[in-house]
Ligand binder design. Structure first.
Ligand code: FAD
Length: 469
């Protein structure tokens, strides 16, 4: 029996990758009583001095929170997270504009540290006697479709052969598990690199130890073709991320190029970051690539399943990559309950249920880059947002704006997209109808005006006639 009292057969499950999704998946499945081996290529993130990973902090929202709550970890994360209730737009003229995420109930997304989150998850996983953490083990071969893997110890180079009832590939966007699956007929896969890269900078704390900018906001410097954003950290620093076409990064070759570029586009950020630090951080590492991965299905037979970035890496502009990966864990748990650990059914159902949603959030994330870097400055966007917010306030169960459905609900991603398409259709019908009414009104007005004119001319003609008679 698992902790929920449900009957389960104890499966040997190997999870590849102890990043955010792998660690949470281990807890979700370990909680059910299965025997879990969690393999991680890198050193233990809890003792590593420098975390070699993408993005220092992440935005945690409803889907991620739900998956954490299911294993009793949500509160711990929220205590640490910094709520961001709105976007704060930094205009070119250094004025600011605030765009709340949720006017109605002040919902927030939470800025959480990647390292902290991973540490909490690994500590929680290690508390289960049936979860074994195997650090410094790299998946280096084997036949995953048969449940066979070979791991190489990154220090001793010793190899270990492992046989499992189920392999869960959580080894990220460049997954080795997926590489093996690519060889199987029927496995569809696409990978798209966008032409924009990203680079991380840092705003240090103020002299008094506080934040240098108001902390409960996601700060955005939208500049049309590119943008910069900043998320707050617990230590009062800000992680600043510059997203830009690679050709723009390449054009900045010297400190003076960099300073003149920042003086034109992000002048208010220079005193916040500090000139010296800006130059040092900018030239420290090259801009990183951003990739989107789509697969279908996510499994092979009853032996191997991909979740998290390994199955569906998305560009980071909706802040949903990790949240979607965490949601995978919730779905997997539901399916284990529904099909009582029948792996064939669970894996098939996972693939059937998930692909449309994963593809939808991938497309939405691409769209949101345009919204963040450009549309937020457009009057049409702000009018539509005000309209959406008003209707949401009036009919919260009927009219849920796209951002709210993605970030503050558990509505399947595909449904969020369909819902938005339906709202667009409704609005265009309403506008057409209003336009028609306006035209009718104008027609009636013109008609009665000309009629009155005719009557007037008739009266004048009649008086003229009287005069001559
Ligand atoms: P990863 O985090 O990549 O972890 C994979 C793990 O597998 C790693 O620990 C790796 O060492 C291990 N591994 C790899 N190969 C092997 C192997 N052969 N053998 C053993 N282990 C292996 N998401 C959000 O929800 N909100 C955000 O605000 C957000 N911001 C982001 C900002 C940026 C700039 C980027 C790039 C991404 C952002 N994301 C965000 C996405 C988020 O980072 C990912 O979706 C998330 O990290 C995926 O977790 P994962 O565990 O699937 O993969």
């Amino acid at each position: 029996k698992d902790v929920n009292g449900a009957t389960t057969s104890n499966l040997n499950i190997s999870i590849v990758g102890a990043g955010l999704v792998g660690s949470l998946a281990a807890i979700h499945l370990g909680k059910r009583g299965h025997k879990i081996k969690l393999y991680e290529y890198r050193e233990d993130i809890r003792t590593a001095e420098l975390v070699i990973g993408r993005s220092i902090n992440l935005a945690l929202s409803a889907r991620g929170r739900k998956a954490l709550a299911e294993v009793g970890l949500e509160d711990k994360l929220l205590e640490h997270g910094i709520p961001m209730y709105a976007r704060m737009i930094h205009n070119l003229d250094e004025s600011h504009k605030i765009i709340p995420y949720d006017n109605k109930s002040s919902q927030a997304i939470y800025s959480v540290g990647r390292k902290y989150l991973n540490e909490i998850l690994l500590n929680a996983a290690e508390k289960y006697p049936n979860i074994e953490l195997k650090i410094n083990r790299k998946l280096s071969g084997g036949q995953v479709s048969n449940g066979e893997m070979i791991f190489t110890d990154t220090f001793t180079k010793e190899e270990e052969k492992v046989s499992s009832d189920l392999i869960v590939g959580c080894d990220g966007a460049f997954s080795s598990v997926r590489r093996e699956m690519l060889k199987k007929p029927g496995f569809n896969y696409s990978q798209t690199y966008i032409e924009h890269g990203y680079l991380e900078l840092c705003i240090p704390p103020a002299k008094d130890g506080g934040f240098k900018m108001p902390e409960n906001y996601l700060h955005i410097w939208p500049r049309g073709k590119f943008m910069m954003i900043a998320l707050p950290n617990q230590d009062r620093t800000w992680t600043v991320t510059l997203f830009m076409p690679f050709e723009n990064f390449d054009a900045i070759k010297s400190s003076s190029d960099l300073l003149s570029f920042f003086n034109i586009y992000f002048a208010d950020s220079i005193p916040l970051i500090g000139e010296e630090r800006l130059i040092k951080d900018f030239f420290k590492t090259p801009a990183q690539h951003l990739v989107a991965i789509k697969c279908r299905p996510y499994h092979i037979s009853s032996k191997v399943l991909l979740i998290g970035d390994a199955g569906h890496a998305v560009v980071p502009f909706y802040g949903q990559g990790m949240n979607a990966g965490f949601e995978d864990c919730s779905i997997l748990t539901e399916l284990f309950t529904q099909y009582d650990s029948n792996l064939e059914k669970i894996l098939q159902e996972f693939s059937d249920q998930r692909w449309e949603d994963a593809h939808a959030i991938s497309d939405l994330a691409m769209y949101n880059y345009v919204e963040m870097r450009d549309l937020v400055n457009k009057r049409s966007y702000l009018m539509r947002k005000a309209f959406d917010d008003f209707l949401f306030w009036l009919m919260p169960n009927f009219w849920v704006p796209l951002y709210n459905s993605v970030s503050f609900s558990h509505m399947p991603y595909k449904k969020c997209v369909d819902n938005r398409a339906w709202q667009d259709k409704m609005l265009s019908k309403v506008f057409k109808f209003v336009g028609f009414l306006v035209l009718c009104g104008a027609g009636v007005g013109i008609y009665s005006f000309t009629r009155r004119l005719n009557i007037n001319t008739e009266i004048i003609e009649w008086i003229e006639k009287l005069k001559f008679n």
